[in-house]
Write a new protein. Sequence first.
Length: 83
Amino acid sequence: MPAAAALPEPDDVLECYGQTCVSLEPLIKKRMRDMESGQVLEVRADDPTARLGVPSWCRLSGNALLATVVEDGGRTRFFLRRK
């Protein structure tokens, strides 16, 4: 896990607690579409399958996954940079 100081400063935060991984993709896609190139989106999720799904979505969409932070309670924070 990266140190807190090393985490990028997000331009926007998308809280997806309680959402299934399958429902994350359209939510992330819509939010990223509203952002400018180079901006950072922090996605917060608690579905364990998001740890595979979000990185896969980044690879397929061409957006960069800058960091993944796994927190207590099964919550995960993803930092994505829009292409």
